[in-house]
Write a protein that binds this ligand. Structure first.
Ligand code: NIG
Ligand code: FE
Length: 414
C-alpha cells in the first residue's frame, strides 16, 4: 500500500528510468513528460509511476490526490545560495539605482563586509530564526534541496555559527541541505589579505572540519577579492579535509576562476558572466558543472553567461538562485528559470533540466534528487492548473506551485 498516490496528472515532468549523468548539449532540450499519469510514494520514496491506463487496480494508498489539469515536477535543486544572513541590504540597492557599482559599494565597506558586521553582532539562535523563513519561502516556490554557504562571518567563530545554522535548517525543515565553507568571500577590515588567508587555511578549515560543518569549499575568485593562485591554495587546503571545491568564478571580470575550478577538480564553477572560448573549451569533459546565476546577473545588470554558445558546444549548464542580500535577494527558482529563458534564450526544457538534474549533479545528489525516478526521494510539487510546461517561465513572477511534497510528505505548514 502506498502512502500517497497522485492521479490524473496532466503532465508528469522529468521522468527518467535512471539518471547516471547530468544532461549536456542537445540533450538539454529533451524533457521527458508523461501525459495523464500517476505517481505513487512509499516510505518517502517514489515507488512507481506511469500512464493512468497502467495504474494497477490493486494499488491503494493512505492518501490520494487528483491532479486533473495540473503538472507534477520534481522539486528544484538550488545549488548556490547564501540564505543564512542577518539582514537585508536595500539601502545599497538604492545606492546602486543612483549609480554606485557593486565594486564601489564593496570598496566603501558595504557589500559582504556590511553583512559580516551585522551577522557577527547576532546570536546563533537569532540568526537561525531570521534565516528559517527564507527556507520555508523557497519550499513554497518548489525547491526541495539547497546548498547554503558561509562567508558572512569571516572569523572562526562566526563562520562556524553560520554553518551550524545552515545544518540546523537541514534538520528542522524538510529541505535537503548541503553546506559550503566560504571563509574566502572577502578580506575583513582587521586583517591584511595574506594574514587572513593564513587564518582561513590554518584555523578556519580545520575547525569547520572538526565539527563536520561543510561539504564543500568555495572562494570568491575575483579582482579585489581573491586571485587564482590564492583560490587554488585555499581550496587545496579544504580538499585535504574532504571538502570538494565549488567556485565563484568570472562574475565581474574574466578572473581565471574557471581555470582555477577545473584545475582543482571543482564540482561546479558559478556565475560565468565573463567567459570566452578558452573557458568553454576547458570545461568540456571536465566534470565541473558550469552554473549560471541569472538572478544575480539580472539584479546587478550584468551581461548573462553565453548559455547558447555553451550548450551548442556540448556543455551541460546548471541554474541556481544565488539567494543573498547583496546580489540576488530572491530564491525563487521559477523566476530564475524565466530569467534564463528570457535573458539567456534557453528553452523551457533546457532551463528545467538545468534547475533539476544538473544542479542535483552539482550537489552530488543525482542518485536521489532531480528527477521522477523509481527509488528517488519523493521531492516533487503539484502546480496550479496550467496549460503547459512553457507556461512556467512565460508567467514570470507568478506563483504556480500549489502543493509541495518533500520526503513523501505534503507540506502543510510553514
Ligand atoms: O554570489 N559574488 C560574491 N558573493 C555573492 C554576493 C555576496 C553579497 O553581495 O553579499 C554572490 O553574488
Ligand atoms: Fe554567490
Amino acid at each position: 500500500m502506498a502512502d500517497l498516490l497522485i492521479t490524473h496528472i496532466k503532465g508528469l515532468v522529468q521522468v527518467r528510468e535512471a539518471t547516471p549523468a547530468p544532461v549536456s548539449g542537445a540533450a538539454m532540450n529533451e524533457l521527458p513528460i508523461l501525459q495523464d499519469a500517476f505517481v505513487a510514494i512509499e516510505d518517502g520514496r517514489i515507488s512507481s509511476f506511469g500512464p493512468m491506463h497502467t495504474l494497477p487496480s490493486s494499488l491503494t494508498a493512505n492518501e490520494s490526490i487528483m491532479a486533473t489539469g495540473r503538472f507534477v515536477f520534481p522539486s528544484f535543486v538550488d545549488s548556490h545560495t547564501h540564505l543564512v544572513y542577518a539582514a537585508s541590504r536595500e539601502e545599497e540597492f538604492v545606492m546602486k539605482l543612483k549609480g554606485a557599482t557593486y565594486a564601489d559599494i564593496a570598496a566603501k565597506g558595504g557589500g559582504i563586509l556590511n553583512s559580516a558586521a551585522k551577522l557577527r553582532a547576532m546570536s546563533e539562535e537569532e540568526l537561525f530564526q531570521r534565516s528559517l523563513p527564507r527556507a520555508w519561502e523557497i519550499i513554497a516556490t518548489g525547491t526541495g534541496a539547497v546548498e547554503i554557504k558561509s562567508g558572512y562571518g569571516l572569523t572562526v567563530a562566526d563562520e562556524m555559527k553560520m554553518l551550524r545554522v545552515a545544518r540546523r535548517i537541514g534538520q528542522e525543515t524538510p529541505l535537503t541541505v548541503k553546506t559550503t565553507f566560504l571563509g574566502a568571500h572577502a578580506v575583513p577590515k582587521e586583517h591584511n589579505k595574506e594574514k587572513y588567508i593564513q587564518l582561513v587555511i590554518e584555523e578556519m578549515i580545520p575547525a569547520v572540519a572538526t565539527e563536520k560543518l561543510a561539504d564543500y569549499i568555495d572562494v570568491f575568485c575575483e579582482q579585489g577579492f581573491f586571485t587564482v593562485e590564492e583560490t587554488i591554495r585555499i581550496v587545496e587546503a579544504g580538499k585535504k579535509y574532504g571538502m570538494r571545491p565549488r567556485i565563484h568564478a568570472n562574475q565581474l571580470h574574466r578572473s581565471g576562476g574557471v581555470q582555477a575550478g577545473v584545475k582543482t577538480g571543482a564540482i561546479s564553477v558559478d556565475h560565468l558572466e565573463n567567459v570566452g572560448d578558452e573557458e568553454i573549451q576547458l570545461l568540456k569533459n571536465s566534470g565541473t558543472m558550469p552554473t549560471a546565476l541569472p538572478g544575480a546577473a539580472f539584479f546587478l545588470n550584468l551581461s548573462m553567461p553565453p548559455a547558447r554558445q555553451m550548450i551548442a558546444e556540448g556543455l551541460p549548464l546548471a541554474i541556481a538562485s544565488d539567494y543573498n542580500p547583496g546580489s540576488s535577494p530572491s530564491g525563487n527558482m521559477p523566476l530564475m528559470i524565466s530569467l534564463a529563458c528570457i535573458r539567456m534564450k534557453m528553452t523551457p526544457e533546457e532551463a528545467m533540466n538545468a534547475a533539476t538534474m544538473n544542479t542535483a549533479y552539482a550537489l552530488d545528489l543525482l542518485q536521489t534528487h532531480g528527477s521522477i525516478t523509481k527509488g528517488k526521494q519523493a521531492n516533487l510539487f503539484i502546480t496550479k492548473p496550467i496549460p503547459s510546461v512553457a507556461y512556467v517561465p512565460y508567467a514570470y513572477g507568478a506563483s504556480l506551485v500549489d502543493t509541495a511534497i518533500l520526503n513523501g510528505k505534503v507540506i502543510r505548514e510553514s
